[in-house]
Every structure is written in C-alpha cells, then in structure tokens.
Ligand binder design. Sequence first.
Ligand code: SAH
Length: 221
Amino acid sequence: MDVKQKKEGLGMTSRRTRNRLVARLREQGISNEKVLDVINEIPRHLFVDEALAHRAYEDTSLPIGFNQTISQPYVVAKMTETLLSGPPKKKILEIGTGSGYQTAVLAELVEKVFSVERISGLVKRARRILGDIGYRNISFKHADGGLGWENQAPFDSIIITASPRTVPESLLNQLADDGSVLAPVGDGDNQELVLFKKTGTEFQKTVMEPVKFVPLLAGTS
Ligand code: SAH
C-alpha cells in the first residue's frame, strides 16, 4: 500500500466513514468547525492496531497496547474545543501522549505541542506515527507528566488525558497568565472534566461533564 492510500484509507477507513463520525460529533454538540475539520482529516486508523483499523472511525475508545486506550473521538473533540475557547493558544502541554491521536489534533490547531508520556513504548510508538504523518511541531518526553515540563514553561494551556485526584501543583505553576488547565479530575468511576482558568493568582473552576480516563500514575515505566 502506498503512502497516499495509507493516509486516505480503504474500506472501513474511507472518507465516508470519517464523514459519518464528524456528523455524529456534530449531533453530540461539537460545534467548532476547525476541530471537526481536523478530525475529518487525521487518519485515526494509523493510531490503532491494524486488526482494529476497521473500527477506527467509530466513536469509541480502543486498546493501543500497554494496557492503555486511545480516547473516544467525542472526548478528544470536546476537550480540544474547550481548550481552544478563550484567548488564543500557541503553546500547549499535553500529559499522557498515549496513542498520539489527541496530540495530532492539537498539533493541527496550535503552533507547538509538548507531550509527556510515562510509558516508554508509547512514546516511541507515538513519535514514529506522528513523524511518519509529517508533524514537525511536537516535542515528546518520556517522564512523569505530573511534574510538567519545567524548562519549556509557561504554557498557554495544559491538557491532562489521564485522571488525577487533584491537578498537581507543579502543573498549575507552569501556566502562563490567563492560561488554563483541562483535566478529568476524580477517582476511578467518579471523574468529571474540569476546566481551571487562571486569572492573576486565582483559578476559576468550571465543571463540564462526567468522563472515564485511566488514572494518572506517578513514575515511569
Ligand atoms: N489522549 C490519549 C489518551 C491516552 S490514555 C490518546 O487518545 O491516545 C492516557 C495516557 O496517560 C496513557 O498512555 C498513560 O500511560 C498516560 N499517563 C498516565 N499517567 C501519566 C503520567 N503521570 N505522566 C505521563 N503520562 C501518564
């Protein structure tokens, strides 16, 4: 299969299945056209195992090995749309690279994405896939994302795609003025998507909706 075919996809990964996914996201309330366009363009089937490629444009999370999953497209769309609201964002820190799919969506919409993942096998995999597709505005790091990426701070926004009980203090400290953090905060089955907007030294908290993410774990593996 040549690269063009691979990118365009065949059969269940075709243009029509992607359009169906975007229509579904629209029905569920996603309204940012740039986000919808990007989801329509990014070949999500390249981020899942080949055996599951035929399910890549269903609105569902799927296994990516290492006991982790690629997030559901609706959740990726919702988080991206929320993150892009408010003042323009140039520099974003993502905690939990996973498959790299959310990373790709962000890389299409902002100038520079810094992404941290604690599982080395996933960092390698995401680096390869995103490199093959041709992204040049992503920096990867294998580390405990709870510590952030201090020497690249401050960030306009921080997105956490694994669930912390509370947002780590070190991440809040790496935000720019007017910056925001978006995170699935909670415990096991009790998680909600929360947006923290910084103004001066204060944080304004907005609770969005219930979500289900794997836990944010300390250390690396
Ligand atoms: N947005 C990703 C979601 C991946 S699942 C996607 O769509 O593919 C969450 C990821 O967070 C997992 O890969 C997990 O290993 C990672 N993770 C959990 N705790 C972490 C930590 N402290 N630092 C960095 N990554 C972490």
